[in-house]
Ligand binder design. Sequence first.
Ligand code: PNS
Length: 162
Amino acid sequence: MSVALVPGSFDPMTVGHMDIVKRALALYDEVIVAVMVNDEKCYEHTIEQRAKTVELTVGDLPGVRIVTSTGLLIDLFDEVGADAIVKGVRNEQDRAYEEKMAAWNLERNPRAKTVFLQAADDYETVSSSAARAMVKKGELPHEMVTPAVAAYLSELALEKSE
Ligand code: PNS
């Protein structure tokens, strides 16, 4: 049984991330989506809220499992028995950044190789930060996230403003 690990911040999970998970499912028997912490980022949502956006987006897909971890990706890789890390890249900037992370991971765990999937053209401008910016303006980020996630984010924004 082949296992792919799809890690990310998912603040929130976008339709671009969903496409990567679906494409990973076509390549691997099981896809474990890991909601993790990037020390370089300041998050809008808690890890539980970020995991909820993943649950609402890909939770119903057969073969998908969702985990949260505040540890290192290379450790999680062995813990879940993954065969590969799968990351989506939209452009050269993404690729350069992801290649650096992949090299860092591989140096410390030679089993933890990363497979890159080029984002489809439709998702090139989709990003978690754009979704968050729309919610802040009071707009529903329908083209960025699923309708269920858009509703959830609006609910959270409303709670925050109360
Ligand atoms: O969606 P992101 O922010 O690009 O995801 C990056 C993430 C969370 C996958 C990355 O920061 C990560 O692997 N974090 C877990 C902690 C870790 O292993 N850090 C090592 C530095 S690469």
